[in-house]
Design a protein around this ligand. Structure first.
Ligand code: PAF
Length: 302
């Protein structure tokens, strides 16, 4: 037991501490899980940020929060095939593994989990089918059938592999957070889910790995999306009801270079369409558009 502890836990920590290695990389669940178990047996807290890589400052804001709130921080990088309903999107998803690991090292992340598909899925295994009580039937779930089954399947597997104290998600994917909360409740997973505010560029564009695929022209134009969402909030403040605000946004997108997929105003809890704004019901407006062939999403709290 002592030898195991010295080799598997103490030695890597020592190497990191003295900058001999910067971050400990795990490729296999069977090595990662016992390692974390040992740390947790010493009452250490583990903050976890699951990602699909192509990391940007949005991810780094989650890493920073985790470092501030936990003894150790781990990031997983895995482009999860079961959540892509469009094979071309999966194939073109940006993969920048060595830059990602360097960035995580620079920001003081302790561990990176870089699994192969085989480490997480059995051969031929598909996403588990969940009943999310309707949370998956609207917006992203409606336009990307099966997407949330894939997300919930992989997040469940990752939580079981990492066994974190806290798991961090950005509110740009607000519906994803509600899905993960529902999945964690149904599966009885003992983890604190920490939603973090959307991280925006100075011009307002919500940071996303997909932004790297925008043409320079669309990258210049895309801050318009946040401007439209902010105007929508102003409309509400001026007394417009959700249907009127929705019409305003639809019109504004029609006059923009983007193609609207949906704009919905829903309550935050059940993601049901909102008919009246009320101080007691937290609400959000959710937008999905195409900029050329790149799909972007954003949302704003009302
Ligand atoms: O938000 C993402 O990047 C992914 O959906 C997640 C949570 C890492 C699961 O693959």
């Amino acid at each position: 037991m002592l030898i195991y502890y010295l080799l598997i836990v103490a030695l890597p920590n020592y190497l990191v501490f003295f900058n001999i290695i910067n971050v400990i990389i795990f490729n296999e669940r069977k090595k990662l899980t016992p390692y974390i178990k040992t740390l947790k047996s010493q009452q250490k807290t583990i903050g976890f940020i699951p990602t699909m890589g192509a990391l940007h400052q949005g991810h780094i804001s989650l890493v920073k929060a985790s470092i501030a709130q936990n003894d150790y921080t781990i990031v997983s990088i895995f482009v999860n095939p079961t959540q892509f309903n469009n094979p071309e999107d999966l194939q073109k998803y940006p993969r920048t593994e060595s830059e990602d690991v360097q960035l995580l090292t620079d920001y003081g992340c302790d561990f990176v989990y870089l699994p192969s598909t085989e480490d997480l899925y059995q051969p031929g295994e598909e996403a588990k089918k969940y009943d999310f009580n309707g949370l998956d039937l609207v917006m992203e779930g409606q336009f990307r059938p099966g997407h949330f089954d894939g997300v919930a399947t992989i997040v469940s597997k990752l939580i079981k592999a990492v066994d974190p104290s806290r798991i961090y998600f950005g509110e740009k994917d607000f519906q994803q957070i509600r899905i993960v909360q529902e999945m964690a409740k149904q599966e009885g997973l003992d983890v604190e889910i920490v939603p973090m505010p959307i991280h925006r560029a100075e011009n307002g564009l919500a940071l996303s790995s997909r932004n790297t695929r925008l043409t320079p022209k669309n990258l210049d134009l895309s801050p318009q999306l946040y401007a439209i969402l902010q105007q929508a909030v102003q409309q509400k403040k001026q007394g417009q009801n959700p249907a009127q605000v929705k019409q305003f946004v639809e019109q504004a997108i029609e006059n923009s270079p983007f193609e609207l997929e949906y704009f919905e105003i829903t309550d935050e809890e059940n993601l049901n369409t909102l008919h009246v704004f009320s101080d007691n019901i937290p609400a959000r407006g959710f937008l999905a558009i195409y900029a050329g062939d790149i799909r972007l999403i954003d949302n704003i709290q009302f």
